[in-house]
Design a protein around this ligand. Structure first.
Ligand code: FAD
Length: 423
């Protein structure tokens, strides 16, 4: 029995991972307190892709209809060559929905974050802003966090959902982020501004090119158009501190096809995202402190599964908390062991596959042409390739489907620096 002064769980970080986890835990009857560093809850950035493994969870939470009303259900996911614009492969997203039972959706990040924020409020989650956690300590049958303002709080479980630059990760693991030397520019603009650019309004289109790629899809009921431009920064390769700056953007896309080049001037130039990830780690649970979301497994975004993995983490943890609840409360050690047993390996696969995808997308010269030939021969309805990602989230390692990637040569060497060279 807890009072509002003694939550069952403290969640550090109110991003998509922290809020969705707080909501999941409150649904199984736990008292949850979220501590967020920012003055207000919110998300920066533009669109986010939500695959069936996540819309399935939103549906279980009773949030899918709201998400659908704010997002867009695209018809196809189409991959094209960024230089000659030729189609390489596609997924028919209507058929994908029939196959998995849940849709592939795109939504504004702030809309998805807002859905979880409202759900947390309605569920009675304690939501506290302006709380910066500076250190973690193990406590008696729990864990403690120390706040910048000198305060301390304790709970049977502390979840660190504090993102890529996690304080908990630094303290408990101590590894560094890994730079890919790639940078992302984003923009979401009224769709009228791009109608003459040769866009496919109803599709998610990914143009893959030498050392760059470009993603496009409509948002907010089709009124807005989201674009992401990603490229390798020459300044990063030269070891400069200040890399990925706007002057590098135009040069990176100068040789691309019309539709891509027309999109570049619309990119936001006052903010960009250096593409960093971390090497996978095997231990996310330290006593009663658990890493979750980007704090545990920040990926390069090429599989569009980063936020989804965070949402899955919370769903899995809540399921195991419920399974390990007795009259004495939750057996957190058992629940956390079960969480770690299944999530570490799944997320490792996504992280390493995302790196390999990046190499494959960004090939040049002869390798690019060979990749294009392989991709054009793929069966667009071959779901064996997507089941391990888009299928139902596994609760235990034996539920996890076998892993395939559509490019056998790359999959054999996934995670190795020369994965793409195998082509
Ligand atoms: P964050 O969103 O980073 O949230 C961490 C929160 O913790 C923040 O609110 C922060 O203020 C707070 N915090 C940090 N430190 C402290 C502290 N010391 N004390 C208190 N609070 C703290 N994912 C997808 O699923 N689909 C996509 O299509 C997709 N596209 C992407 C495109 C790009 C260009 C990028 C960069 C990423 C993309 N991702 C995508 C990945 C996704 O954005 C992240 O994986 C996801 O947002 C991680 O959520 P999180 O809650 O773990 O971390």
């Amino acid at each position: 029995p807890s009072t509002s002064h003694n939550p069952d769980v403290i969640v550090v970080g109110g991003g998509i991972g922290g809020l969705s986890t707080a909501f999941a835990l409150s649904r199984v009857g736990l008292r949850v307190r979220v501590l967020e560093r920012a003055k207000e809850f919110g998300e920066v950035g533009a669109g986010i892709q939500i695959a069936p493994n996540c819309t399935r969870i939103l549906d279980e939470y009773g949030l899918l209809d709201e998400a659908k009303s704010l997002g867009v259900l695209p018809e196809n996911m189409v991959m094209r060559d960024a230089l000659d614009a030729r189609e390489l492969t596609r997924l028919d997203l209507r058929d994908l929905e029939r196959h998995y039972g849940f849709p592939y959706m795109v939504i504004h990040r702030s809309d998805l974050h807002g859905i979880f924020l409202r759900a947390c409020r309605a569920a009675g989650v304690e939501l506290l802003t302006d709380r910066t956690v500076v250190a973690y300590e193990h406590g008696d049958g729990g864990a403690r966090i120390l706040l910048q303002d000198g305060g301390a709080e304790e709970a049977p479980l502390v979840i660190a959902a504090d993102g890529l630059h996690s304080v908990a990760r630094r303290q408990l693991v101590g590894d560094d982020v890994v730079s890919s030397d790639y940078v992302a520019y984003r923009a979401a603009v009224p769709i009228d501004q791009v109608r003459d650019n040769g866009i496919a309004e109803k599709d998610v289109t990914v143009y893959v090119g030498p050392r760059c790629h470009f993603v496009q899809y409509a948002l907010r009921g089709g009124d807005m158009f989201n674009q992401v431009a990603v490229f390798e920064s020459p300044k990063a390769l030269a070891g400069k501190e200040d890399w990925g700056t706007p002057d590098e953007l135009d040069a990176a896309f100068a040789a691309t096809c019309d539709t891509v080049r027309k999109g570049i001037p619309l990119m936001w130039r006052d903010r960009w995202w250096q593409m960093l990830d971390r090497d996978p780690i095997e231990t996310w649970v330290h006593g009663r402190i658990a890493l979750l979301g980007d704090a545990a497994h920040p990926p390069l975004q090429y599989m569009a599964q980063g936020a989804i993995m965070a949402i899955e983490d919370g769903w899995v943890l809540a399921r195991h908390a419920a399974r390990h609840t007795t009259d004495d409360g939750v057996d957190w050690d058992a629940a956390l062991a079960a969480y770690e047993a299944v999530r570490v390996e799944h997320c490792r696969r996504v992280q390493t596959t995302a790196r390999a995808w990046g190499e494959l997308w960004h090939l040049d010269g002869e390798q690019r042409l060979r990749r294009n030939t392989v991709m054009r021969e793929l069966d667009p309805y071959g779901y064996a390739f997507t089941d391990w990602v888009y299928g139902p989230t596994a609760l235990s390692p034996d539920e996890e489907p076998a892993m395939f990637t559509p490019i056998p040569l790359a999959s054999a060497r996934i995670g190795e620096p020369d994965a793409a060279a195998a082509l």
